[in-house]
Design a protein. Structure first.
Length: 57
């Protein structure tokens, strides 16, 4: 994912949702993504990953 040594990636998924928190405290940026659907793929491979890449790349 990112290049920072202090990044954090708590992820959560249930039967009907997916979420991900990414924090880069050294550069003062963070991102929280929550969906109300389980897309059937790992978070970074689906919509959440698309939002992450668009934000931090």
């Amino acid at each position: 994912m990112g290049n920072s040594s202090s990044e954090s990636y708590p992820r959560s998924a249930g039967d009907w949702f997916q979420s991900m928190l990414v924090a880069y405290p050294d550069i003062g940026k963070s991102l929280i993504i929550m969906t109300n659907a389980d897309l059937g793929v790992h978070q970074i491979d689906g919509l959440i990953g698309d939002v992450y890449r668009a934000t931090f790349n």
